[in-house]
Design a protein around this ligand. Structure first.
Ligand code: GSH
Length: 346
């Protein structure tokens, strides 16, 4: 009797779960765009805090290149860059949370690799920042090259490409090492700056951010010159919604094209009167860019007005006037010797 009653309870609970499942899991209800519009905000997965990329300021406002990409996408799909809910995620959590539909887009210093783009049911939007992984060490060690790191203790976060690159680099160079794996970035950084490990391995931008924001004395730490991999950072969306993927990809392309064409947040209004055919298409004065993606013709104009072009976003978050003081380097436009190249809006 007890058994059959409890079995009924279990079956009823299962039934309720099955009924609720499609509603509970937003990934299965309509298109991503519909859900964003119904909700009235874009849910964007960011890091738990990396200066220049995604980090709340003293007022709690998220700042950084990745945070601004979320704003640009919100301006594209909702017409308002402010309609973003930022969801901080650890390295290990990020893909599962996107797969489950809890967030619409992951914009979180995530390296684009074949092992992630293919099998996870996810798709990478396009490179927003060309990075490379590097080692940071205390200056007092007197180390000038990664080749001198034999026998070092290395702090590394799980769920990152850093872990594998660490093993690959040390084995290729026949160097011994010991890894200290710490999931939470604040804890990892505390361990590194307290001297519990000799080396902190991550994307060079993350290291520069950490040193500027968290080192007790930034000058006491050196980022070694070697870049041990290519680390193209890209936003990520689910692969099952191609229309949303294309909006995400062309939002990035709009930011790059706007810089190429010299259209800035300040110049958009005046540029509507431009006679340059590329500018007219970008701003929707010559129609096409709206229809192509099922958005209003002025969506790109709103993105640029509200968030700026790629160059403005870079300067605001990472450039020489910020604590990170990064040069454009590979993230300059192709015509300036960098890798950024916006496919034509036509
Ligand atoms: N780009 C690399 C590393 C990304 C990553 O998660 N880096 C760590 C620092 S080592 C980070 O940003 N953590 C922030 C956090 O956990 O909130 C990847 O995609 O695997």
């Amino acid at each position: 009797m007890f058994f059959s009653k409890s079995r009924h309870v279990v079956l009823a609970a299962l039934g309720a779960l099955l009924l609720l499942a499609p509603m509970a899991d937003p990934a299965f209800a309509g298109t991503t765009l519909d859900r964003i519009r119904q909700r009235g905000e874009l849910v964007c997965g960011v890091s738990q805090g990396s200066a220049g990329l995604s980090l709340p300021d003293s007022q709690g406002v998220w700042r950084g290149l990745d945070a601004d990409y979320c704003r640009a996408l919100a301006a594209a799909v909702l017409g308002d860059a402010k309609k973003v809910r930022f969801q901080p995620l650890s390295s290990a959590q990020r893909f599962a949370v996107l797969q489950s539909g809890e967030i619409d887009v992951l914009s979180r210093n995530t390296t684009w690799t074949s092992g992630r783009d293919g099998p996870l049911g996810l798709i990478f939007v396009g490179t927003i920042f060309y990075d490379g992984q590097a080692f940071m060490v205390p200056a007092r060690l007197g180390v000038h090259s990664a080749k001198e790191l034999g026998g070092a203790t290395v702090c590394v976060q799980p769920g990152t490409v850093n872990e594998q690159n660490l093993a690959d680099y040390f084995s290729a160079n026949k160097l011994a090492y010991r890894s200290v794996v710490i999931e939470s970035l604040p804890e990892l950084e505390a361990a590194f700056y307290a001297g519990r490990c000799d080396v902190y391995l991550s994307d060079a931008s993350t290291l520069a951010a950490s040193r500027a924001a968290r080192a007790p004395r930034p000058a006491d730490f050196v980022i070694l010159p070697e870049r041990i991999n290519k680390s193209p950072l890209s936003p990520v969306v689910r692969a099952d919604d191609v229309a949303f993927f294309q909006i995400a990809r062309w939002t990035l392309n709009v930011l790059i094209n706007a810089e190429e064409l010299g259209v800035t947040s300040k110049s958009v209004e005046a540029d509507r009167a431009s006679t340059n055919p590329d500018v007219k298409r970008l701003l929707g004065v010559t129609p096409g860019i709206g229809k192509a993606f099922g958005l209003p013709e002025d969506w790109a104009a709103r993105v640029i007005t509200q968030v700026g072009n790629y160059g403005e976003i870079f300067a605001r978050n990472l450039g020489p006037d910020t604590p990170l003081a990064l040069a454009r380097g590979q993230n300059a436009l192709w015509r300036d010797g960098g890798l950024l190249y916006g496919p034509p809006i036509q």
